[in-house]
Design a protein around this ligand. Structure first.
Ligand code: TLP
Length: 343
């Protein structure tokens, strides 16, 4: 039985074309800033997002945590959505590495509003932590791949600037938002002091993320990356996959969104699942389990047994993520297995 793995878009493997790019990569020592392929990836990324500079880093987590570290000092506060990656999936790194407090806001499906941010800003410096940074995640993973409305982003950005705060975008899946909305990467990035995006999710590279900002910010990011143990040497070998991903795998993300819709509709024909179709905006499908006696763990085990592994995402939610290793035919097959094996 072919496994149709929908646990995450992180599981993709490099294609033949990407492997060829890897094999032919020119390399140098990137700690000396002498790796031509890494430098090219950084230049291309900075151009796409219209930022002064970029830094190739090991992971999305590292990109976010470097940004948090630079934008804050110990004791400061970061305003963010309660279910975002920095808050829930980075092992408490913001506290561990940067000594900051996180101020979680209850967003709706991951989306926080400017009004909520404004209310969360502290105004009592004698006793309160300093509100130093606002961070948003677009698309929002736990929210189900939801897209931040650009108008709300602009408003949040303004509130942050009015309060002398920095603004970070966890854009691990920003290209999914770009593809779905037609809004250009730089239209998003101009509202932020720093932006991170992942090459190793929907874009299909085996490793790596990119952090973007001003030249000064990236100079400091290079120093912090090394402190966090992320200085790499001949990393052009993997950066080549990143360049290939940006050149070949962005536009095709729309296919993942279409496959996600096919899956969402099929899940809704079963009595076990309910997908709020309005929230299926990109490559993620969150299915609620209708019968509370069936936990996400139990349902995920069953999905695993029929060769369609997905990820338990809360007590009674399962997450399915579409990606470039899942074809239209695969998703048709996955839907068939789900509808025949679940009521
Ligand atoms: N997300 C992973 C898991 O960690 C949950 C996944 O399977 O979705 N920002 C966002 C929005 C992410 O979804 C992720 C990874 C990251 C950052 C971190 O990227 P990595 O895994 O490269 O550290």
């Amino acid at each position: 039985m072919k496994i149709i793995d929908l646990r995450s878009d992180t599981i993709t493997r490099p294609s033949a074309g990407m492997r060829k790019a890897i094999a032919g990569a020119e390399v140098g020592d990137d700690v000396f800033e002498e790796d031509p392929t890494v430098n090219r990836l950084q230049d291309i990324s900075a151009e796409i997002f219209d930022k002064e500079a970029a830094l190739y880093v090991a992971s999305g987590t590292m990109a976010n945590e470097i940004a948090v570290n630079i934008h804050t000092k110990p004791g400061d506060e970061v305003i963010l959505d309660r279910y975002c990656h920095i808050m829930n999936y980075e092992n408490g790194a913001a506290g561990f590495l940067s000594g900051v407090n996180l101020y979680p806001i209850d967003g709706i499906n991951g989306i926080i509003t400017a009004g909520q941010v404004e209310k969360a800003v502290r105004h009592y410096p004698l006793a309160s932590p300093e509100s130093a940074l606002v961070s948003i995640e677009n698309t929002h993973n736990y929210g189900g791949g939801t897209i931040y409305p650009i108008k709300e982003i602009r408003k949040i950005s303004k509130i942050a600037l009015d309060n002398s705060m920095k603004r970070h975008l966890d854009g691990a899946r920003i290209f999914n938002a770009v593809t779905a909305t037609g809004i250009k990467p730089d239209e998003y990035s101009r509202n932020f002091d720093s932006v991170s995006f992942c090459l190793s999710k929907g874009l299909g590279a085996p490793v790596g993320s990119v952090l973007l900002g001003t030249k000064d910010f990236i100079r400091e990011a290079r120093r912090i990356r090394r402190i966090f143990g992320g200085g790499m040497r001949q990393s052009g070998i993997i950066a080549a996959a990143g360049i290939y991903a940006l050149e070949n795998n962005v536009e095709r993300l729309i296919e993942d969104h279409e496959n996600a819709r096919t899956l969402a509709e099929a899940l809704n024909t079963s009595k076990t699942f309910h997908v709020e179709l309005r929230l299926q905006q990109t490559n993620i499908v969150i299915a609620e389990i209708k019968n509370p006696e069936n936990s996400a763990e139990i349902i995920s085990e069953k999905l695993h047994s029929i060769g369609v592994p997905a990820f338990p995402f809360g007590d009674n939610r399962v997450r399915f993520v579409l990606h470039l290793d899942v074809s239209k035919a695969d998703i048709k097959e996955a839907c068939k297995r789900i509808t025949t094996n679940f009521d």
